[in-house]
Design a protein around this ligand. Sequence first.
Ligand SMILES: C[S@@+](CC[C@H](N)C(=O)[O-])C[C@H]1O[C@@H](n2cnc3c(N)ncnc32)[C@H](O)[C@@H]1O
Length: 229
Amino acid sequence: MKSVLCDPRADAVLARLDEEARRQNADMRRYYDAKKQQATRHTDPASRVDMDFVRDKFVALDPEKCDLCYMLCRSLKARRVVEFGTSFGVSTIYLAAAVRDTVREHGGDGVVIGTEIEPTKASVAKANVADAGLADFVDVRVGDARETLKQAGGPVDFLLLDSWIPLVRPVIDVVGPQLRVGAMVVCDNVQLYEREYAAYTALVRDPKNGFRSVMLSHEGGLEISIKLG
Ligand SMILES: C[S@@+](CC[C@H](N)C(=O)[O-])C[C@H]1O[C@@H](n2cnc3c(N)ncnc32)[C@H](O)[C@@H]1O
């Protein structure tokens, strides 16, 4: 597996995680196909049953979207990155590599603040990040993101929203005021779950709220927003 990271150690960990995720895919396909047959238009991302099903699943961000997050973070020279939804740490590795590379190039320090409600997933994520050689740049906070992200510790340069959809608006309400002017926010699957994301997109797509926003046509729709002054 070759990412945009140019980091053989991180790429090796990502390849292993990709392999593990693929092994879960058959299970995932069966589950969601069965749901489709129940005549639901699409899966309800807020369903507690679905939440139970994905409790031990990767549900990782696509490699292409992770590459894009790396590029955006590098372009922003991001030093404080927040992630809602760490799972086993796939996207965290890309974000942490970007912060590390910014620190290497420009000095100073930096951190990715991940957050994961499942303690087992959080422990595995920390181990994966350490295997990738990136532990010094990651702080995975265990618990509900609405609490764990209240204090990011300084201005936030980049925010990735990739988690339980009903909490995305409450989480940006918590992190939004901590974003620096020019910060970027990336949110996955806004087109696939257009209705469920309505409260979120209403916020970021209205310039009166201090954001400019565009949806890219990546699978499921990827919303990219910038915070304005
Ligand atoms: C889509 S996965 C994240 C995938 C991750 N970004 C990656 O690329 O590997 C969403 C994660 O959010 C976690 N989660 C759900 N509700 C949460 C909450 N209230 N606070 C923190 N994490 C939560 C889930 O346990 C799940 O592991």
